[in-house]
Design a protein around this ligand. Structure first.
Ligand SMILES: Nc1ncnc2c1ncn2[C@@H]1O[C@H](COP(=O)(O)OP(=O)(O)OP(=O)(O)O)[C@@H](O)[C@H]1O
Ligand SMILES: [Mg+2]
Length: 247
C-alpha cells in the first residue's frame, strides 16, 4: 500500500527539510517510486533537489488532483520525483480557506497522487495553520523532528494539544531527536529525561553534523554524498524504524 509521511513541526528550523530530503532519497535508493511534495513556500526541499527551476503553474493548481499531478517533475535522483513549490505558494492558505472542503483538500489531492507513487514524503512550513491541519489529517504518518531543547519539546506538547482540541487523528504521530550534540550534557541526557513524556519518540537520533549543512553546497541529499557518515547511518536507521511501522 502506498504511504504518505509528512515532516512537520510547530517550531521552525528543527530539521524538517534536511530530514525529508534524506528520507525520501533513501526510499528512492531502495527502488521505491517516490514523490517529495514540497508544501513549504520557502521551497528549500525543491531547491535541494534541484527541482525549483521546473515549477509550473500557480498555487491554485495544487488544490486539484489532476493539475497538481501535472506539476510533478523528475529530480536529479533516480526514482525520486518532486512536486515543487509555486512562486505564489504563500497564497495557498487563503486559497484553501475559500474551498468548501477546506480542511480536506490536501487529502483529496494526496489520494490521487498515491495511485501513482509508492511513497510520498511531504515537507511543510512550521506553525499551526489550515494547511498544517490539512496535512495532519491527510498523512499516514506525521514525523516530528525535536531538537533537544525545552522550547522544542514545548512545541511537541502544543501539537499534541492541538490535535486533541481540533479532533484530528492522523494515522500515526512519531518524533525523533535531531541536531544532537553528544558533547553537550543536556543533549546526551535529553532522551532519557523526557522519554516518559515522549512515548512516540523513535529510537534513532540524528547527530549534529556539518555534512548536513553542506547540502546547501552540493544540492544533493547527504545520505547519497556520504553514505558511511554517522549522520547518514542515523538517517538509515530512522528510515528503517519508519518502514517497520508500515510493515
Ligand atoms: N543534523 C543536523 N546537523 C547540523 N545542521 C543541521 C542538521 N539538520 C539540519 N541542519 C541545519 O539546520 C538548519 C535548519 O534545518 P532545516 O531547514 O532542515 O529546518 P526546517 O525545520 O525545515 O526549517 P523551517 O521551519 O524554516 O522550514 C539548516 O541550515 C540545516 O542545514
Ligand atoms: Mg523547512
Amino acid at each position: 500500500m502506498a504511504e504518505a509521511v509528512a515532516l512537520y513541526s510547530v517550531k521552525g528550523g528543527v530539521g524538517k527539510t534536511a530530514s525529508v530530503v534524506n528520507l525520501a532519497a533513501l526510499s528512492a535508493a531502495r527502488g521505491r517510486k517516490t514523490l517529495l511534495w514540497d508544501l513549504d513556500p520557502q521551497g528549500a526541499a525543491s531547491w535541494y533537489l534541484q527541482a525549483d527551476e521546473n515549477r509550473k503553474g500557480t498555487a491554485k493548481k495544487l488544490l486539484k488532483p489532476k493539475s497538481a499531478a501535472a506539476g510533478i517533475t523528475p529530480s536529479a535522483i533516480k526514482n525520486l520525483w518532486v512536486l515543487p513549490t509555486r512562486q505564489d505558494q504563500h497564497h495557498l492558505e487563503h486559497l484553501l480557506a475559500e474551498k468548501k472542503d477546506s480542511g480536506f483538500r490536501v487529502a483529496k489531492v494526496l489520494d490521487g497522487l498515491l495511485d501513482e507513487f509508492e511513497e510520498i514524503w511531504i515537507d511543510t512550513p512550521p506553525g499551526l495553520s489550515l494547511l498544517a491541519d490539512n496535512v495532519l489529517r491527510a498523512s499516514d504518518m506525521i514525523l516530528v523532528p525535536i531538537v533537544p531543547t525545552h522550547l522544542s519539546l514545548r512545541t511537541w506538547h502544543q501539537l499534541k494539544a492541538h490535535l486533541m482540541s481540533a479532533r484530528i487523528k492522523p494515522g500515526n504521530v512519531s518524533a525523533f531527536l535531531t541536531m544532537v550534540d553528544r558533547r553537550r550534557i543536556l543533549h546526551r541526557n535529553f532522551a532519557e529525561k523526557h522519554r516518559s513524556e515522549l512515548p512516540e519518540l523513535l529510537e534513532p537520533q540524528i547527530p549534529y553534523a556539518s555534512l548536513i549543512e553542506q547540502m546547501g553546497d552540493t544540492r544533493m541529499p547527504s545520505v547519497l554524498t556520504n553514505a558511511r557518515h554517522p549522520a547518514s547511518r542515523a538517517y538509515m536507521s530512522l528510515w528503517r524504524a519508519i518502514e517497520q511501522h508500515f510493515s
